[in-house]
Design a protein. Structure first.
Length: 244
């Protein structure tokens, strides 16, 4: 019985020693981190990381609406602000405050980088100025009823799987009565390798075409439907490549 009790005591002693070793190791690691965070040279690391992210983003800035950069801007601003607060705190007294500033800055910088990469990969790309037209304008209800809108491979170098297109259809002669109430257009996606898609668009209306995984070029056919004697001009006012 004594021998069994001794073995039991030995087991308990070994377990306590093990926990004690782990506690000592954790304290050593904690002390090392605190010493590094409190070191004067360490206060520049978060700011350097945040500024590096800003420089890289500025050198690789894509096109598209400013709204898609909101998350990146918020996180980048938070990273710079907390990093600057850490630098300005030249004589820190509380390691927890310093550590929190450094941690928030680093995490915000990483988050901003991921948000920016998401925009690079999936963000909207404005290609309005790269839309070409083939056909004679103005269009009417008899002789010249159709034209083609084209996007070449150079406009599709960044892969996106959809095209959002807004069309302006205006009276060719603005001095007389308007033909807009009686006017609409049938718009069809005629791109090779992509399923045909047709929709009707009113003046100023928007259509969204599915381009598939990878389109080498885009051709869109447009047929105008308007009143007798009306002559209309058609142009793309907004063309955006995006991912659904």
């Amino acid at each position: 019985m004594t021998r069994q009790g001794g073995q039991g005591d030995g087991d308990v002693h070994n377990s306590a020693a093990a926990h004690g070793d782990h506690s000592i190791a954790a304290n050593d690691i904690k002390n090392v981190i605190i010493k590094w965070v409190m070191h004067p040279s360490a206060r520049w690391v978060p700011l350097l990381l945040a500024c590096t992210g800003l420089v890289i983003a500025g050198s690789t800035w894509p096109d598209g609406p400013a709204s898609q950069y909101t998350l990146w801007g918020v996180l980048a601003g938070l990273a710079v602000a907390t990093a600057a607060a850490r630098v300005l705190n030249r004589r820190p007294r509380d390691a927890r405050v310093v550590g929190a500033l450094s941690l928030v800055s680093v995490l915000a910088a990483v988050g901003a980088w991921l948000a920016f990469q998401n925009v690079l990969t999936h963000g909207e790309i404005d290609v309005t100025g790269q839309i070409r037209t083939e056909g004679t304008q103005p269009l009417d209800d008899t002789t010249h009823r159709s034209l083609s809108l084209l996007l070449d491979a150079s406009a599709l170098k960044e892969p996106r799987n959809a095209l959002r297109l807004t069309l302006a259809i205006d009276d060719h002669i603005t001095a007389g009565p308007t033909c807009l109430p009686d006017t609409h257009a049938t718009v069809s996606l005629l791109t090779s390798g992509v399923a045909a898609q047709t929709t009707a668009v009113r003046p100023g209306g928007t259509v969204d075409f599915d381009l598939g995984a990878r389109a080498g070029s885009v051709r869109i056919g447009l047929t105008l439907h308007t009143g007798r004697g009306c002559r209309m001009d058609v142009r793309a006012t907004d063309a955006v490549l995006h991912d659904r």
